[in-house]
Design a protein around this ligand. Structure first.
Ligand SMILES: [Zn+2]
Length: 73
């Protein structure tokens, strides 16, 4: 019983945050050995900053650049 006094409360394990860089790899698709780009890069920020896909638009999370998709008929 006496041992409990000196015990520190166990800290909750912090969840590992997913690597931000790893997320970018989702935007690539390897087809027959060649790398195909699925997303467009931000024209303002340059390569490396891919635009996030939305239903009607692409947006850059870095500068806020928005590119609206063409309506298909
Ligand atoms: Zn940008």
């Amino acid at each position: 019983m006496a041992d409990d006094k000196g015990k520190k409360p166990q800290q909750q394990k912090t969840q590992k945050k997913p690597n931000k860089r790893g997320k970018a790899y989702k935007n690539y698709e390897v087809k027959s050995g060649s790398l195909t780009r699925k997303t467009t890069f931000c024209p303002k920020c340059g390569p490396g900053f891919s635009l996030a896909n939305h239903k009607t638009r692409h947006t850059c999370g870095n500068c806020g650049y928005t590119e609206f998709m063409k309506k298909e008929k």
